[in-house]
Design a protein around this ligand. Sequence first.
Ligand SMILES: [Zn+2]
Length: 518
Amino acid sequence: MKKIPEDFFDKIDIIEIVSEKVQLKKVGNQYRGLCPFHNEKNPSFYVSPIGVYHCFGCGESGNAIKFVMKIYGYDYEEAIDYIAKKFNILLEEVEDVNYEFYKILDYVCDYYFENLRKNKDVLNYLHSRGVDDKQILKFRIGFADDKNEILKELIDKGFGIDKLFKIGIAYRDYSGNIKPFFTNRIMFPIFTTNGKNIIGFSGRSIDETEPKYKNSIDSPIFKKNQAIYGFNFAKNSIVKNKFVIIVEGFFDVIILNQFGYENTVSFMGTNISDYQAKLIKKYTDRIYLFFDKDKSGQKAIIRNLPTLLNNGLIPYILYPEEDKDPDEIALMGGLDKLIKNPYNISDYFKMIYEKAQNIEDKMEIINEFRSHLTNVKFESVGYIFLEELKPVLDELEKKIKLKFHLKDISSIHFNDEVYAIWNVYKNENLRKILFEIEEDVLYSKSAKELFRAIRNNKLNDESYLELVSKIEFHNKELSYETINKFISKWIERMMIKNLKNNKSLKDLENIIRIKRRL
Ligand SMILES: [Zn+2]
């Protein structure tokens, strides 16, 4: 770790540093230029020789170190290194109190890394997930086996066992035996933001052991809710591209890196903390959330909005048309197109609301947006999104309630048989089935009601309006299998009924023909 000497700021010249990136013109005692942090035609970016800059357009301000950090995407230490070199300042090297911890984890990481080479199955698994050797090396991915070897080596090297406990490399089991903390897991080391040291690990189990991902315990060097996976590689690329992609999993980070999106990071879990949001904010305002398309991914997106907005970040959502996870999309070559078309919050809301298949899901989306967005602070930049979204939420909720004369939407229950009838009716090839069966082979009351409306050609009648609008509102597309299951059931019951009534085989022919086709 480096310490800056006391006369550091006397020896440096902020005008010279800023001039590397901004053309400055002297105006009185100050210097003025076009702000590098926002787009402008008339200069409102001022630099003062006393060592500070300020932009009257976007409010960005700070000293030389902050300028270098922001403009080059450096962390604090890299920034003072850069400046010191420029002005020939000698930096004092001070012993880091955590030096010993870093040394242990570095040793452990090398051990895991070499161990991966010896376990071809695990290596093959990584390859099968699309991870190539270049990324394995870059991210120093390794493998923790179930042997005690690593602990023996560390103790032989003279590292104290108490230190191994403290950073979660070893633990004592119920019978007092000392055991390695990670076993039978693919190991992903987590680095400091400058990439120089490892602060912890996350291990993915290769058998069925829970949890699927196990993280290092919080320690003097690792805080789970502060660490950002991939950030050491992403920083420069975030500054260059002016946005960061946030994904759910380590594999997503690695695969997206492989496809040129080095500005991708993830967290230990799916909750973004204030600390992490503030750290990202130092490098960019623009966040692309690229989570799995399932319900839990959707919930995670909505849940994280307040933290992002309250910290001045502007979230966008990447939502592929295909039902694939981010790493699969990357492997399919679908990234570029997707990244060019991010959804803003309110478009994202409208889209998932439209796609929700039934009234319960629609109401759930409204409620979730509403409850999480109440946590957005009035003074935050993101509040403007709420002002846009809130009337939309209110309007939709009112519409739903009005349409069904309901106070509590969750009381609606609509069975699949109704949709089966509706899907069959909408399908030209299947529609005639509804004219071969009789009402009493159907199971549910509402299905019978709809069936009657279709058979009597009364779908447009006033009396069926509510039913039809309800069905159309839900617009549930059943799978082919489900529709098929219902048709088979109806026909089966129809055949039994006809046989009981001693109908001739000829009368059954039509029905049998339909059943064979299915
Ligand atoms: Zn500015």
